[in-house]
Design a protein around this ligand. Structure first.
Ligand code: ADP
Length: 360
């Protein structure tokens, strides 16, 4: 028999993403619809460690579905990573009669969710990050908006590149994942895309660009994922790339870094829809007595995955598995994880190859 839920808490944590508000609204409304009270917890886990909460009515989440940022604010709470901080958070839940929590954020946020779950506060995670680097879901809340934002920006750059026969090298946020740079590159007709997931042949790319120039192409966009300089340990990689490209090709080249612009703004319809679906599902699962799960979307279906499985799947995909990480999983589960990672990787490479087909 599932535990009776009278009140749940909701928080947004880690890096913000457009659509977090739509998810907050969905969680609040779905819970209230089931007769369950909602406490908004401010500034992520910080609001549990140092109590900062407010009971939410349906009106407290009015008019936020279209707003960027997060009305609950976000923070990175280091204290919560320590046992003492976690115990304070548990105490806050008890004092405020919070029977379960919905945590909206990225992988760090989900680690925190597991910490609450194993200490007796059932918690469900909702993936919200522009990076789209939560492997257990095909899309995370905020990704679609971020891509649309940078597409609009690059379209503008392209206009002026065309007028002046110029190139723009654009460094695009997305942590170590190349999804934002890749999909943006395709949608803006980029001449080259540099991401960590696929080896980049600079000479070949330059050759292809010079060929296109001979064919009267005047505008050139090159997208570099933020993770490339990070992994190379060279913060200035993209600027240096732009300079080198100009020297090698003779094409005037400007460097642009839109940075956090991608993290703000009005969420797209897709992000609002996804946030609403995931918020509703997270509440449903929590009230059914489920815990330590992260919701997501795969093959256009709303799904849920155990957080421990999701975090290891992430490491497998990113090639950062540690000794013993897979010990608790069955052979069948490990095979399933491998197949999923291979498919995701193949999907990404397919897109990457299409991008090159277009770059003439
Ligand atoms: P994101 O959720 O976007 O990945 P972070 O990695 O910064 O962002 O995590 C957000 C917050 O989640 C952290 O500030 C911390 O409060 C909590 N958190 C992160 N990692 C852990 C962990 N290993 N254990 C407990 N809490 C964690």
């Amino acid at each position: 028999m599932a535990k009776e839920f009278r009140r749940i808490g909701v928080l947004t944590s880690g890096g913000d993403a457009p659509g977090m508000n739509a998810a907050l609204r969905a969680v609040t409304r779905a819970a209230l619809d089931k007769g369950v009270e909602v406490m908004g917890i401010f500034a992520g886990y910080e609001g549990l460690v140092h109590p900062n909460l407010k009971q939410f009515t349906a009106r407290d989440v009015s008019n936020i579905i279209s707003k960027g940022g997060t009305a609950l604010y976000s923070a990175r709470c280091l204290e919560f990573k320590e046992e003492e901080g976690m115990q304070k958070a548990i105490q806050t839940c008890k004092e405020n009669q919070i029977d379960g929590i919905i945590a909206i954020g990225g992988d760090g946020t989900f680690r925190g969710a597991t910490d609450l779950s194993v200490r007796g506060i059932p918690t469900i995670g909702i993936p919200a990050t522009i990076d789209n680097d939560i492997t257990s879901t095909e899309y995370s809340i905020g990704f679609d908006t971020a891509v649309n934002t940078v597409v609009e920006l690059i379209d503008k750059l392209r206009d002026t590149c065309e007028s002046h026969a110029r190139c723009n090298v654009v460094e695009i946020m997305g942590r170590n994942a190349g999804w934002v740079a890749l999909e943006t590159g395709i949608a803006t007709g980029a001449s080259a895309i540099v991401i960590n997931e696929v080896e980049f042949d600079e000479d070949k790319a330059i050759e292809q660009i010079l060929e296109a120039k001979k064919n009267n192409k005047r505008n050139f966009i090159i997208c570099i994922a933020e993770g490339v300089p990070a992994v190379l340990g060279d913060k200035l990689y993209s600027e240096k790339f732009a300079k080198r490209f100009e020297e090698k090709t003779g094409i005037e080249t400007k460097f642009v870094r839109p940075a956090h612009i991608l993290r703000g703004g009005t969420p797209t319809m897709r992000d609002r829809l996804l946030a609403t679906q995931l918020g509703s599902e997270a509440v449903k699962l929590l009230l059914e007595g489920k815990s330590d799960l992260v919701v997501g979307i795969r093959d256009n279906k709303i799904v849920s995955t155990e957080i421990s499985y999701a975090l290891k799947l992430d490491r497998m995909y990113k090639g950062t598995l540690k000794d013993g990480d897979l010990d608790k999983f069955t052979n069948a589960q490990v095979a399933e994880m491998k197949a999923y990672c291979e498919k995701r990787n193949a999907d990404l490479r397919k897109l990457y190859n299409i991008a090159y087909e277009m770059a003439h």
